[in-house]
Design a protein around this ligand. Sequence first.
Ligand code: URA
Length: 436
Amino acid sequence: YLPQEIIKLKRNGGKLPEAAIQQFVTGLTDNSFSEGQTAALAMAIYLNGMATEETVALTRAMRDSGAVLNWQGKLNGPVVDKHSTGGVGDKVSLMLAPMIAACGGYVPMIAGRGLGHTGGTVDKLETIPGYSCTQPLATIQREVARLGCVIVGQSGELAPADRRLYLIRDVTATVESIPLITASILSKKLAAGLDVLTMDVKIGSGAIMKNIDDASALAQSIVNTAKGAGVPTQALLTDMNECLGSTAGNVLEVLETLDYLTGKYREPRLHQVTLELGASMLQLAGLFADKASAVAALEHSLTSGKAAEIFAKMVAAMGGPADLLEKPQLYLGKAPVVQDIVAPHAGYLAASDTTAVGMAVVRLGGGRAHPAQVIDPVVGFSDVQALGSKVAAGDVLARVHAASVEAAAKASAEYLAALSFSDNAVSLQPIVHKVI
Ligand code: URA
């Protein structure tokens, strides 16, 4: 096929034969599909969807665009991972990988960059000087066996097709597509050679899927496709109607992660989501028989300092400083302008347009407007007050971190516009909406 024939078939609502899908994925990897052709096909898939067989073929082809890790006989425990469909302030992967490693699991986590309004684990880790998310396979295999976890990104060797498609989707409004998300996530996860997977499918105003029906359909697509590929998978549909934890922005989220791991501060919703996902991973992996013992082990990985120690070793092994946990301020930059965002009047924080908050971070420079853009690591929001909070006029709702006074003013206005207030106490969404 010519690229334009494949695009036209999907544009007209047709079903792509496996050979066409294979050719598209080859074209992504060897650049014989141009950026424009890739964007056009992504938009056609976004608009017309894919049948299950097409999604499965796309996932397989993207997985096989690079190497597939094989852990047989190399580790003393199960290979387990989690992945989120993406949110604002969702830094759970950063804490959970070392926590699971401390509990006996092995986590070869292949993470992504920011996508649309959502943040990305790779962008967060790359704010640490020296930390490289593109590692040779031999390093990944050696360090997973030694430390229990490694967080890296796609590379020329691992799911390279996803790396290119992901960058193009990020800036062409083609993120919110069930087949594209399924293939993107699972190509990375299956390339990592997992035994089991827990999916965090976000729902709400800051999620890719805004309502329970769409989120359930996405979760079902991922669970079915992963199971079909031989990886038992559980999906937790968790709340993303507000920023998770108290920060959104790359360096700010790494700092929150360090506070979490070292016990300085654990924002309660963030902690609960982390424990729920971690318990699912440990139980699926067969390491713990029930939720209570899995949660106790996760708590112990924190209080014993073991998870923090593994995180520190992982940072050093990936090229970062050995004393990041002791001296974060020495290594992680700070925005030139930091300002309070204050409540214009008294009330309860009732709702947040969290996608708008994520886009405000992107506009501050914390995300990309085109694939090659270099992001500004230090910008974003910190000290984010949770929904349900009662505030008086003038109380701090969050702090904005920006490159200039003008950018700070603009982002503060966007942040305030995204919030709604109520005169009455509000009832909050459950943290876990559903398990699939
Ligand atoms: N996370 C991914 O890795 N890919 C997507 O498409 C969405 C979330």
